[in-house]
Design a protein. Structure first.
Length: 694
C-alpha cells in the first residue's frame, strides 16, 4: 500500500466518525466505536467467501452430533475463527428496522468462535450495539464499514482480470492505522495517552535489527520464539518475525517463528489478537482435538500476572511504559504500597554471587525496570543462540535508585553477570507523546569473545532524519540509512566520538558511611535543668545524679569518658538507680557537642560516631586501591579522625551518558557580544533624550 492509498483509507475511516457519530455521541467516545468496528469488519470480510460452505458444513456436523467442531470449521474458513450465524455485515446493512437490526447483529456477534468472542468482550461490542441502536446509528455505521470503496482485509480486491483495485492491509499497516487513529482521537480531546503503548514503526524496525542482525550468521534451520511483555498491537512481534524470516531466507535457512506477548489495555489486546489471528501468526489458536488452547497473547498486567510463567524465548523485545506506577499490581496481590517488599515473585528476586538474595523490586512510581527483570527471567541457557533482549527505557533506568535498591540491584546483576552488550541513546522527540530521549538496552547471555567483560555505549542522539510535519511530539524518524549507521557502530565495536567502550567495573561503586567521633563537653545550666523538669517525666533520678556530679571537679567537662566514670560512681551511691532513659536525659540536657572535647568511647573502648557528622561517599570501583585508597586520599587529609563504617558498605551500579558524551556549549566570542551591544545602541540611539524631553 503506497502513501496515497494509505492516506485515502485513513481519511475514509476518520470521516466515519464525523459523518455518523457527530451529535449522537461525545467526541471522547468516537474511538470506542470506530476501533472495534474496524477490527470486526476486518475479520468479517475474510469470512465472506466461505460463508455458505461453512453453514453447509455446520449443518452436517450438527446432524451427525459432532461435538468438537472447531478444527473442521477452521479448516473451512482457512483461519482460526469462524461465524455460524446466517448473516454477514453486508447482509445486515439491508435491514431497515432498528430493533430487528439490533437483534440480527447481536445474533451475528454470538455466532463467532471462542477467540473472537474474547475480542468482542474486550471491546464491549454488545454494549456498543445497544448505544448505537439507541442513537439510531447502527445501520449507518455498518453501511460505512461495508462500503466498496475501502478494503480492510489482508487480501487485495481485484477485478475480473486480476488487476488490484484495492490493496490488502498487512498487520503493520493495520497497527499504524489503529495507533494513528488513537493518537488523533486523543489529540482532538486533549487526552495525553496517545502513543503511551505505541512504538513508532521506524523505531520498531531498529529494535528488530538490533536483536537479529548482530547474530544473523547464527540463524539455523530451527524454530525461534519471540516475546514482548508489553506488546500493544503486536507491531514489534511481527516486524521482528519478518526480520528473522527475511535473514533466514537470504541465507537459505528454513525457520519457523512463533510469537508470544502480553498486553494490559483491553482494546489494544483485542486489536493485537485479531490481527495475529488474521495473519496466521499465532499457531496456538489452531486447536487440536482434546487439547487446551495455548495462550500465545495473554491479557492482563505482565507484572502481577505472568501469562507465560516458566517459558523462555530466543528474543525478548519490548517498549514497556515509562514512569507508570504499579500500585494496581500490588492491589491484585492483596498488598498495599508499604508492603511492596512482600511482593514475592521469582522473576524479581535472584541470588547474587555470594548466595544472598538480590531484590529487583523498584520504587512504586515506575515499573519499567520490572519489565526488564521479567525479560531476564526468560533467557535460554541451553541453546547456542541463548537469548537477546532489546528493550526501550527512559533515562531513569540508567541511574535511579541508591546502592542496594531494586533498580541498582538489577543493573548490578546484569553487568556483573556480563549480560549487557550495549546501550544506545536515541534522539529526543522520537515518540508521539513525549519529547524525552530514550535508551535501548541490548542484553545477551551469549556475548562475542571480543565483547566479554565490556559494555558499549552508543550516542545516536544526532542520528535522525527530520519529519516534514510533526506527528504529535514526534519531529524526527529513524530511516533505513539511520538504522544502518547505528547498527554499524554496534557491530564495529570500536571507539569513536559516538561509541565508547568500557570494562564492566566502570559502572560499579561502593556507597559507604563516613563516620566522625562523638565529642561531648559537660554543660550544666540551671535553666536547662528547669526546662527538662517541665518537659520530661520522672526526672528526679536524673536531677539527683546531677546534684552529685556538681560536687566534683569541673575540669572533667571536656572528657566525657571520665565524666561517665563519675556518673557510674554517683549511681552506685544512690538507693534508686537511674534507668537508661535517665542517662539519655542527662546527655540531652547536660552536654553539648564540642570539637575540642575528647572522643567519647563505648564500653569496648571504640569511638562512638556522631550522628550529626555522618556522611555518605560514593567510591568508584576503579578508584586506585579502592575504599582504603579513597579514605587515605580524599577523607583523612581533611578529617583525620574519620573512619568508614565497614557494615555500611553497599554495592551500586549506574550509567551516565552525560559523563561520557558531554558536549559543552560553545561560548560566544567577544566580537559577537560586542556586535550585539552595538546593534542595541543603534536601535536605542536618542531614545533616552526623547523620554526625558531633552
Amino acid at each position: 500500500m503506497n502513501q496515497s492509498q494509505y492516506n485515502q483509507l485513513f481519511s475514509f475511516i476518520w470521516n466515519i466518525a464525523t459523518d455518523v457519530l457527530v451529535y449522537a455521541f461525545e467526541k471522547g467516545d468516537y474511538k470506542k466505536i470506530i476501533m472495534p468496528m474496524m477490527v470486526l469488519r476486518r475479520i468479517d470480510v475474510l469470512l465472506e467467501p466461505t460463508k455458505q460452505q461453512l453453514l453447509t458444513q455446520k449443518e452436517v456436523l450438527d446432524k451427525n452430533n459432532i461435538q468438537n467442531q472447531d478444527p473442521i470449521l477452521y479448516n473451512v474458513t482457512g483461519y482460526p475463527f469462524y461465524n455460524t450465524s446466517k448473516s454477514t455485515m453486508k447482509t445486515l446493512k439491508s435491514e431497515t428496522d432498528p430493533l430487528r437490526l439490533k437483534m440480527n447483529f447481536t445474533d451475528y456477534l454470538n455466532g463467532f468462535s471462542r477467540d473472537v468472542q474474547d475480542i468482542i468482550d474486550k471491546f464491549h461490542l454488545r454494549q456498543m450495539v445497544d448505544n448505537l441502536t439507541e442513537a439510531e446509528r447502527l445501520g449507518s455505521i455498518i453501511e460505512k464499514f461495508t462500503d466498496d470503496k475501502i478494503n480492510l482485509s489482508n487480501k487485495p480486491v481485484k477485478d475480473d482480470n486480476g488487476n488490484v483495485l484495492l490493496p490488502g492491509i498487512d498487520n503493520h499497516t493495520m497497527g499504524t492505522i489503529f495507533e494513528e487513529l488513537l493518537r488523533k482521537f486523543n489529540e482532538e480531546n486533549n487526552v495525553t495517552e496517545a502513543g503511551e503503548h505505541f512504538t513508532p514503526r521506524d523505531y520498531v524496525k531498529l529494535l528488530a535489527d538490533l536483536a537479529v542482525l548482530p547474530i544473523a550468521d547464527k540463524i539455523t534451520d530451527n524454530t525461534y520464539h519471540i516475546y514482548d511483555g508489553a506488546c500493544g498491537t503486536g507491531g514489534i512481534l511481527t516486524i521482528a518475525q519478518d526480520r528473522i524470516m527475511e535473514i533466514a531466507k537470504e541465507r537459505g535457512k528454513q525457520v519457523a517463528v512463533n510469537i508470544f506477548g502480553q498486553e494490559l489495555q483491553p482494546d489494544t489486546y483485542a486489536t493485537c489478537k485479531a490481527d495475529l489471528m488474521i495473519s496466521g501468526n499465532i499457531r496456538g489458536f489452531q486447536y487440536q482435538y482434546g487439547a487446551e488452547p495455548r495462550e500465545y497473547i495473554a491479557f492482563d498486567s505482565t507484572i502481577s500476572r505472568d501469562g507465560h510463567a516458566g517459558e523462555t524465548f530466543d528474543f525478548c523485545i519490548s517498549n514497556p511504559p515509562f514512569g507508570t506506577p504499579w500500585k494496581e499490581d500490588l492491589k491484585k496481590r492483596g498488598l498495599s504500597e508499604k508492603d511492596k517488599k512482600k511482593f514475592t515473585d521469582s522473576r524479581f528476586t535472584v541470588l547474587d554471587r555470594e548466595g544472598k538474595e538480590l531484590s529487583f523490586i523498584p520504587d512504586i512510581g515506575d515499573a519499567q525496570m520490572m519489565f526488564l527483570a521479567n525479560n531476564l527471567s526468560r533467557m535460554r541457557e541451553d541453546t547456542a543462540l541463548g537469548t537477546r533482549i532489546v528493550e526501550v527505557h527512559n533515562g531513569s533506568s540508567l541511574f535511579t535508585g541508591d546502592a542496594g535498591s531494586g533498580a541498582s540491584n538489577l543493573r548490578q546483576y546484569i553487568i556483573e553477570n556480563d549480560l549487557l552488550e550495549a546501550i544506545v541513546a536515541m534522539p529526543e522527540k522520537d515518540f508521539y507523546n513525549t519529547g524525552i530521549g530514550t535508551f535501548i538496552w541490548v542484553i545477551t547471555n551469549r556475548k562475542e569473545e571480543r565483547r566479554r567483560e565490556f559494555v558499549q555505549l552508543i550516542d545516536a542522539t544526532e542520528i535522525k532524519t527530520p519529519l516534514r510535519k510533526n506527528l504529535g511530539e514526534k519531529n524526527c524518524e529513524t530511516t533505513e540509512e539511520d538504522r544502518a549507521q547505528i547498527l554499524q557502530l554496534l557491530m564495529d565495536f570500536k571507539e569513536t566520538p559516538q561509541s565508547k567502550i568500557f570494562p564492566n567495573n566502570e559502572f560499579g561503586y561502593w556507597s559507604v558511611k563516613v563516620c566522625r567521633p562523638l565529642r561531648l563537653a559537660f554543660d550544666y545550666d540551671e535553666e536547662r535543668e528547669t526546662e527538662m523538669c517541665k518537659k520530661e517525666k520522672d526526672t528526679a533520678a536524673c536531677c539527683e545524679v546531677m546534684s552529685f556530679v556538681k560536687l566534683y571537679d569541673r575540669s572533667l567537662d571536656k572528657d566525657f569518658n571520665k565524666l561517665k566514670s563519675l556518673l557510674a560512681f554517683a549511681i552506685r551511691q544512690m538507693e534508686s538507680k537511674p534507668k537508661k532513659k535517665h542517662l539519655d536525659l542527662f546527655l540531652k540536657y547536660y552536654t553539648k557537642p564540642c570539637p575540642e572535647a575528647e572522643v567519647v568511647l563505648d564500653s569496648g573502648g571504640s569511638p562512638i560516631p556522631d550522628k550529626a557528622l555522618e556522611d555518605t561517599e560514593i567510591i568508584p570501583f576503579r578508584y586506585p586501591n579502592g575504599i582504603d585508597g579513597f579514605l587515605q586520599n580524599e577523607i583523612l587529609p581533611y578529617t583525620p579522625d574519620a573512619w568508614i563504617d565497614k557494615t555500611s558498605i553497599k554495592t551500586g551500579y549506574e550509567l551516565s551518558f552525560t559523563k561520557y558524551f558531554y558536549k559543552p556549549k560553545q561560548l560566544r566570542t567577544i566580537e559577537e557580544i560586542s556586535g550585539d551591544i552595538r546593534a542595541i545602541e543603534e536601535r536605542t540611539d536618542g531614545l533616552l533624550d526623547e523620554i526625558i524631553g531633552r
